[in-house]
Design a protein around this ligand. Structure first.
Ligand code: HEC
Length: 203
């Protein structure tokens, strides 16, 4: 646990260094302290719940209706599942990515910096399944807990995010998400990340 916190703090430092480059006009955002281990554990639980619920819905839909039908299920169910899990854990829990399918999942500046850091760490030989980061941020005077964990691509994901998505599936993706950026991935690539946030105090 201590190691996790130390890592989180180091990472927070990296994010901060990146942050000042990435956010010239917003120096109000800063990593102020390492996150509390209990809160990190709660975030992991919440993200695991989201992951499991999404996987269940997806697996069932794929089995029953194939990729085309499953797309529709994912489109309708993913946001609802995420709000249900968030309400239960009292932590805003969702998914984000550098290249998103649903624009509502687009990262904020901190999340973008972490996602870029995950890619760099993977390029440096770290195992994508273990990439995680946590920090307490202060954004315009509001303290916020943040936690993220990378989501690597699996074989099953290729049907809808891969390099050779079937034409009819691709057509439906483009209908549901005209600005889709989330195809062209290979197994093992970092597709995105779970992201958890909780406001700790207002000014
Ligand atoms: C049946 C098609 C389908 C499959 C299979 C699928 N996804 Fe998706 N994925 C979607 C759709 C549709 C969305 C947008 C959901 C929404 O509207 O929030 C999405 C969104 C996401 C997001 C959120 C960020 C974004 O781009 O909006 C991540 C991360 C993601 N998928 C990862 C995966 C991974 C990892 C797998 C394999 C375990 C996978 N997906 C399998 C269709 C699919």
């Amino acid at each position: 646990m201590r190691r996790t916190v130390a890592t989180a703090f180091l990472l927070a430092g990296c994010a901060l260094a990146g942050a000042f480059r990435a956010w010239p006009a917003r120096a109000e955002t800063a990593v102020v302290q390492p996150a509390d281990p209990a809160q990190i554990e709660a975030a992991r639980t919440s993200a695991q719940e989201l992951g499991a619920a999404l996987k269940d819905a997806l697996t069932q839909a794929l089995k029953a209706q194939g990729a085309l039908g499953a797309l529709q299920v994912c489109h309708e169910a993913a946001p609802t599942i995420a709000s249900g899990v968030s309400a239960k854990s009292e932590m805003q829990t969702g998914r984000t990515a550098l290249r998103v399918r649903n624009p509502a999942n687009a990262p904020d500046d901190y999340e973008r910096a972490q996602l870029e850091d995950f890619l760099a760490r993977q390029a440096n030989g770290e195992d994508a399944t273990t990439l995680e980061s946590a920090a307490i941020l202060e954004i315009n005077g509001v303290k916020e807990f943040r936690w993220m964990k990378a989501i690597p691509m699996g074989e099953m994901c290729m049907q809808c995010h891969g390099t050779a998505v079937a034409p009819e599936v691709l057509a439906e993706i483009n209908t549901l998400y005209p600005e889709d950026q989330a195809t062209g991935f290979k197994p093992g690539d970092i597709r995105g990340a779970f992201t958890v946030r909780k406001v700790l105090s207002s000014p």
